[in-house]
Design a protein around this ligand. Structure first.
Ligand SMILES: [Zn+2]
Length: 112
């Protein structure tokens, strides 16, 4: 009976030790393989089209002046709009000064 108990404990200890070793091995393996996986993630970096805001992989995107685009069409549209922006600056048109009727009315009333 005692022998069986000792065997059980021994088995448990070996099992736990093996589990710990297996975990350590996995962590060590992940540490070694980590950097290469990181490179893959960077290669598939997602960027956003500056025109339609759609997300797409960096590899499929077009880059222009620091902005990303999903297609040449959207790049052209975006750049065209950027060029037009200065033209769209609204000139502050001087508002025509309204004749000050109120003063005249007051004057008329005083005259009466
Ligand atoms: Zn787009």
């Amino acid at each position: 009976m005692n022998l069986l108990l000792i065997r059980l404990i021994l088995f448990a200890v070996i099992f736990i030790a093996g589990l710990k070793l297996y975990r350590m091995y996995r962590e060590w393996k992940l540490d070694r393989e980590g950097p290469s996986e990181g490179d893959n993630v960077q290669g598939n970096r997602m960027v956003r089209c500056s025109w339609c805001q759609v997300h797409l992989p960096e590899d499929d995107a077009l880059r222009e002046r620091g902005d990303w685009f999903c297609s040449g069409d959207h790049r052209d549209k975006y750049l065209a709009e950027q060029k037009e922006e200065p033209k769209e600056e609204k000139r502050e048109e001087p508002q025509e000064e309204k004749p000050q009727d109120s003063n005249d009315e007051q004057n008329d009333k005083r005259g009466e």
